[in-house]
Design a binder for this molecule. Structure first.
Ligand code: ZN
Ligand code: ZN
Ligand code: ZN
Length: 102
């Protein structure tokens, strides 16, 4: 997993553009639909099988976006896995095709 830091503001308690909450103060982001080529995908929550933290436990939290175990990463997180291709969500092309974030 490449360790790219495109979102250093997350670690300073930035406000998420999707849930409008301070990323370090909430448990995780709101769910939003991930639609790619008219097919809906389920995003990974922290600790889900396939997630960057899949071997974590209930105390695991995402050190990049601050989301806790069982909660969604905030969009833009370095550690969120793309449900379409299994790559790093912020660096794959699928992310550019997300047609609806709400
Ligand atoms: Zn959020
Ligand atoms: Zn995260
Ligand atoms: Zn992808």
């Amino acid at each position: 997993m490449p360790n790219r830091s495109l979102t250093p503001e997350v670690n300073k308690g930035a406000i998420c553009k999707v849930c409008n909450e301070n990323m370090l103060k909430v448990n995780g982001c709101k769910p939003f639909e991930f639609i790619h080529e008219n097919k809906q995908y389920s995003r990974f929550k922290v600790g889900d099988a396939g997630d960057f933290y899949e071997n974590g436990n209930a105390d695991t939290w995402c050190t990049d976006c601050g989301s806790k175990h069982g909660h969604y990463h905030h969009p833009g997180c370095d550690c969120e896995i793309c449900p379409v291709c299994g790559g790093q969500l912020i660096s794959c092309d699928c992310y550019l095709c997300v047609s609806h974030i709400a």
